[in-house]
Design a binder for this molecule. Structure first.
Ligand code: UD1
Length: 363
């Protein structure tokens, strides 16, 4: 069985890694890693391959930049070429980025089966490019691998056949546990981020990259006002996504020294930092889930989430971009009144194993 595993943007690399590691155990599966090049900086891409224990991509397209349509089109043209010359039986796409959408459409039009990992998540907010990517990908996928029960409900409501929907848990959490165990074996002083941890016993971690938060001057200024207020009590460290850095420069936002800006960090450096943080403030999808898995308080700078289990059972709360809401949640965390949460069902580190068994039985 020949399988293509697709990755393009930063959050994809950690999701394909556990699947690739699991595939290594099965001689019947011959897999290839396809990297679209949607993300391309050393610390947005290459560094993850080095750390994740997976081999370098078999195919690389360099399809970065441009508008969403240009990026999607570039990926589609390149992916079609390799599907013609090296036709797989199955294409596995993960998450909701433009690479997910582009490769699932190409595969399906070439009558190649598509499996979507992290299927069924819905924010019901069509202003998010990711929501469109999720909906289109799910509308043409053959196999749905679901991370939380609401995903099953969404897919059933959309009329997907029950036999194609599989609740398997979360490959991103598989990877988190794998990296966490590795991290425990490494002396803390091997990490550059440990210097910050020694200097600051208590701190918060910030990540922001959603267009709705960082492309809009007023929204970004409002968020920074809240961050500045928080940093008067608790120092913050903020690894900046290239999109956010560019916009901070354009909007003339210069944070105070209590908000330490860094380049994007590798998975291990970042994990070393946030696992011991007082809280995480983010607009990332994955980090909402990872903080729930490790029980770290998380404030999500969004009005909605496609990952409701992180709120119902985990440590996450939505605070939007309202300064009052952000500050009142922060107060609650500082007075140790935050919910402790619990680990969602099947977030046990074995999702990739379940996925592999289902593929072996269904393709
Ligand atoms: C993409 C995903 C988003 C995901 C995020 C994680 C889509 C629609 N969005 O958003 O779902 O949460 O990745 O990071 O697929 N850039 C660099 N270097 C890089 C990568 C990007 O400088 O290595 C710049 C790009 O040139 C662009 C900006 O950052 O100006 C945004 O990159 P892009 O891939 O368009 O989307 P993201 O905002 O990263």
């Amino acid at each position: 069985m020949k399988v293509f595993l697709i990755a393009g943007a930063r959050p994809n690399f950690m999701k394909i890694a556990p699947i690739a590691r699991e595939f290594e155990k099965h001689d019947q599966i011959q897999y290839k890693i396809v990297h679209t090049g949607q993300h391309y900086d050393q610390n947005m891409s290459d560094i993850f391959f080095e750390e994740l224990g997976i081999r370098n991509p078999d195919y690389y397209f360099g399809a970065s930049g441009g508008s969403h349509s240009q990026q999607t089109a570039k990926i589609m043209v390149e992916f079609e070429k390799i599907c013609e010359t090296d036709r797989p039986n199955l294409v596995i796409v993960v998450g909701d980025v433009n690479s997910t959408l582009a490769c699932s459409i190409v595969a399906k039009k070439m009558h190649i089966k598509v499996a979507h990992v992290e299927a069924g998540l819905r924010s019901f907010d069509l202003e998010m490019p990711e929501e469109i990517n999720r909906m289109v990908t799910d509308s043409i996928s053959d196999l749905f691998f679901v991370t939380e029960e609401q995903g099953m409900i969404n897919l059933k409501n959309e009329g997907k056949p029950e036999a194609a929907i599989h609740f398997v848990g979360h490959v991103m959490i598989d990877n988190l546990y794998y990296q966490f165990a590795k991290l425990e074996q490494i002396p803390p002083d091997s990490f550059a981020s440990s210097v910050y941890k020694i200097q600051h016993q208590k701190y918060g971690v910030v990540t922001l990259h959603r267009p709705s938060n960082v492309d809009d001057k007023q929204a970004l200024e409002r968020i920074f006002e809240a961050l500045v207020r928080i940093s008067e009590t608790l120092p913050l460290i903020f690894p900046i996504h290239p999109r956010t850095r560019k916009n901070m420069e354009i909007f003339g936002i210069t944070p105070p020294p209590a908000i330490k800006l860094t380049e994007p960090l590798s998975y291990m450096e970042f994990l070393n930092l946030w696992k011991d943080a007082k809280f995480v403030l983010t607009d990332s999808g994955g980090l909402q889930e990872e903080t729930t898995a490790l029980g770290v308080p998380c404030l999500t700078i969004r009005e909605n989430t496609e990952r409701p289990i992180t709120i119902a059972q985990g440590t996450n709360e939505l605070v939007g971009t309202s300064i009052e809401k952000i500050l009142s949640a922060f107060k609650k965390i500082m007075s140790n009144n935050w919910k402790t949460g619990q680990k969602p069902k099947l977030w046990d580190g074995s999702a990739a194993e379940r996925i592999t068994n289902i593929i072996l039985n269904n393709i």
